[in-house]
Write a protein that binds this ligand. Structure first.
Ligand code: ASP
Length: 331
């Protein structure tokens, strides 16, 4: 038997598997390299772990769907339950890596490390960041000390928690950040160091499950701005949204006419969550808007895209308004 840990790598595409006709050109196509090619490009991975690879899909993560999340959740559950597997790495595009990570963080029941990674430069680029990100992700997934920390995202030598990580810049390799909450740790050439664990509930301590779930409910995000009316909120309701997340101005605010539309949506049974379009800070209950009166839920420090993930999972169960608000404070 091998003494090395066994890490399963699930590939979904993204820039880490991207190819460009030029090593210095900015344009490229995501998801061109197969899992086999990604692993072969980094023979040093064999020093860290015994690896197995699986191609789940080959997309730019702008095309990520609920169906792929459900498939990933099932694969991670299956692999996490196998004695011979020590950790799981998922390669992903960075555009929606934060949402995929948070979804899995809330639904997978394992204490084994599940680590997402990606890259900002395609594999064919000068100074491609993918190979070292993959090496570091495998090192974290193979590390027993990474257990119980929920789903992690590793890039550019940093270890982020799934709840806090955001993509913060369109092009730089240091795009993934954990503003407000900080890093879980760092990883330098395969050596992880941890500063803390996640504070909110996750994985084994989360009540969310997608067992037997075949489709996720529709939840839309509406972005607030000056001179906003209620038309997009009304359109979301007509489109069949069961939930609406407001990316509000300031502390989750919106214009009076949009507020009227959101109140009507809530009264019609659509769960409405107030988040903010700002990168940091909390949207607390009943500050400028009386959530009790309007029937809204406050997202606290979840970004609109993370609040959307939590809301669509919450909508799989039956919860009172108070229970929903509690879920947004606990997870
Ligand atoms: N659009 C790409 C994706 O998310 C960007 C990246 O991977 O960095 O797949």
């Amino acid at each position: 038997m091998s003494a090395r840990p066994h890490v399963a790598v699930l590939a979904t595409g993204g820039t880490i598997a991207g190819a460009s006709p030029s090593a210095t050109g900015a344009s490229y196509t995501s998801g061109r390299l197969s899992i086999g090619a990604l692993l072969e490009a980094v023979p040093e991975l064999g020093e860290l772990a015994e690896l197995s690879g699986e191609q789940i899909t080959a997309i730019g993560s702008q095309d990520m769907t609920g169906a792929i999340w459900l498939e990933l959740a099932r694969r991670v559950a299956d692999l996490g339950g196998r004695d011979e597997i020590d950790g799981i790495v998922i390669t992903s595009g960075t555009d929606t890596i934060e949402e995929t990570a948070f979804f899995l963080h809330l639904v997978v029941d394992t204490s084994k490390p599940v680590v997402l990674t990606g890259a900002m430069r395609p594999a064919s680029s000068l100074s491609a960041d993918g190979p070292l990100n993959l090496y570091n992700a495998v090192a974290v997934a193979a590390d027993r000390d990474a257990r119980g920390k929920g789903v992690l995202v590793v890039a550019n030598d940093k270890i982020h928690g799934a709840r806090s990580v955001v993509k913060a810049n369109t092009t730089v390799v240091d795009t993934l950040q954990s503003p407000g909450r900080g890093l879980i740790g760092t990883v330098h050439f395969g050596e992880p160091r941890y500063f803390r664990g996640p504070v909110h509930g996750h994985t084994l301590a989360s009540p969310f499950s997608v067992d037997g779930v075949e489709a996720l409910p529709r939840v839309d995000i509406v972005f607030a701005h000056a001179d906003m009316d209620g038309k997009l909120i009304e359109a979301a309701v007509v489109a069949g949204a069961r939930g609406i997340v407001l990316a509000g101005v300031g502390s989750g605010n919106l214009s009076s006419s949009a507020l009227e539309a959101l109140t009507a949506a809530a009264a019609a049974g659509v769960t409405c969550v107030r988040s903010t379009r700002l990168p940091t800070g909390f949207v607390a209950r009943n500050v400028e808007i009386n959530d009790d009166e309007h029937g809204f839920v406050a997202a606290y420090d979840l970004s609109p895209q993370k609040a959307r993930v939590l809301l669509l999972l919450s909508l799989l169960g039956a919860h009172s308004g108070t229970e929903l608000q509690e879920l947004f404070q606990r997870f």
